[in-house]
Ligand binder design. Structure first.
Ligand code: SIN
Length: 359
């Protein structure tokens, strides 16, 4: 009996020590396992090549993702990275087809648990638009970090390598687990909804003019200071879309001609964002043309060319009477994206206005 008790105690001790050591090695393994970050490359100045290191003359979207990754070996200390080339273009050529491809791929990556976070390298000219589109169409709140550069890959004192490393650090950080789509540029982190490129040349071009950055990435460390309460309330499912409804942006100025509205209608616009003066205003001729377009079922969104502040309902224009909607504080280019997506679901101005006020 005593021998039997001794034997079972021994077995118990072996079992405890085995399960402890396998748990301990599991914990060590988990700690050693770096987060997985997928880098989707689309081109831009970050992949740009110039004839000289100091001249302003270069061509965007030249270097493949492999070259970008090889230039920053430190990336491998913060994440297990994989790269994929989605496109290699200057972002002035970004289009709906590429947006849909990118969004579908990111949804697939998260659905199949291929990565913990995604980085999208992108030209800076339309980066804010792609970021907003992704924030509205990726069905997950995992990190999607857009990044680019203001100086070409081959330029002296180029900013791309540092920005890319920072973007991977943001995507890999535990603190970013539920951040959704952001832009990380020049050590700052911005929400997709609020960020704009605000300078044609400077490396500090990106700003959120109304609300500021939500965090920083500096010295390998991510810090968030604010969280937006205006995260997308509705995610549009574009997985089966092959294109989006046509929406034009028309720009207002002193003496702007109403004919541009007719031109948009003739070429099939289902919505028009009018980047008006001040609080989304336009002259009497343009107003008549927009009222006529709204009566034909085209959704008219009053936005502003100012770049900060918001466009308010029922100010100098009777929006309810004319069935116009307003952009709130979205830039004209972001209001266009939301309107294109909204039009895949409804053309009712009241429902569209609600989508604008909540996304
Ligand atoms: C581009 O947007 O592709 C060119 C400009 C840039 O990336 O800074």
């Amino acid at each position: 009996m005593a021998m039997k008790a001794g034997f079972s105690t021994l077995l118990l001790l072996i079992f405890i020590s085995f399960s402890f050591s396998s748990k301990a090695s599991q914990i060590i393994e988990d700690q050693q396992e770096l987060p997985r970050v997928m880098i989707l490359a689309t081109g831009g100045t970050i992949a740009g090549v110039g004839a000289s290191a100091i001249g302003a003359d270069y061509k965007a979207g030249q270097k493949p993702i492999e070259d970008l990754l090889n230039a920053v070996p430190e990336i491998h200390d913060v994440a297990q990275v994989e790269g994929e080339q989605i496109a290699n273009i200057g972002s002035q050529n970004m289009d709906i087809t590429t947006w849909l491809k990118l969004s579908k791929r990111i949804n697939e990556i998260f659905e199949n648990d291929e990565a913990d976070g995604v980085v999208v390298t992108h030209g800076t000219d339309t980066m804010e638009e792609t970021a907003y589109f992704l924030s509205l169409t990726v069905q997950y709140d995992k990190p999607v970090v857009l990044v680019g550069a203001m100086r070409a890959f081959t330029a002296i004192s180029q900013d791309g390598n540092r920005n890319l490393l920072d973007a991977v650090i943001v995507a890999a950080s535990k603190k970013s687990e539920k951040v959704g789509t952001v832009v990380a540029m020049d050590s700052q982190i911005f929400t997709a909804r609020d960020v704009d490129k605000t300078n044609t040349l400077r490396t500090s071009a990106f700003r959120s003019r109304n609300f500021g950055p939500i965090g920083t990435v500096f010295d390998g460390k991510v810090d968030y200071y604010y969280t937006s309460l205006r995260k997308p309330s509705h995610h549009f499912d574009v997985r089966d879309q092959v294109t989006l409804p046509e929406v034009d942006i028309l720009y207002g100025y002193a003496g702007s001609r109403p004919d541009a509205v007719g031109f948009s209608l003739k070429f099939g616009a289902r919505g028009i964002v009018y980047a008006g003066v001040g609080n989304g205003n336009f002259n009497d001729g343009v107003k008549e043309a927009l009222i006529a377009a709204a009566q034909e079922g085209v959704v008219i969104c009053r936005a502003s060319r100012i770049g900060a502040g918001k466009v308010t309902l029922h100010n100098e224009v009777d929006d309810a009477k004319y069935k116009f909607v307003v952009s709130d504080d979205l830039s004209p280019q972001k209001a266009r994206i939301l309107l294109m997506l909204a039009l895949t679901e409804t053309d009712d101005p009241t429902a569209i206005q609600e989508l604008i006020f909540t996304n």
